[in-house]
Design a protein around this ligand. Structure first.
Ligand SMILES: [Zn+2]
Length: 78
């Protein structure tokens, strides 16, 4: 039987081989690698999503700016 430790993230016990001792405000606590990786991946995905939204907003702003510009000179509606 492998030794287990309480995972503060999942609130359950996992084998220690699948866990890391993490420094938290409350002291050193065990957390499973799976949840650490999931959080890391989630953060990267959120960052990627944030960049995507920023790029989209920028494109949208440029499109609107062009529309306004075109609206001034266009003689026919779109
Ligand atoms: Zn866990």
């Amino acid at each position: 039987m492998s030794e287990t430790a309480f995972c503060y993230h999942c609130r359950t016990h996992h084998p220690k081989e699948e866990m890391r001792l993490i420094d938290t405000k409350a002291g050193k606590r065990w957390r499973c690698i799976r949840s650490i990786e999931a959080t890391k991946k989630g953060r990267l995905e959120r960052e990627a999503y944030g960049r995507q939204v920023t790029a989209m907003n920028k494109a949208e702003a440029q499109r609107k700016a062009r529309l306004v510009l075109n609206g001034r000179t266009a003689t026919t509606p779109p």
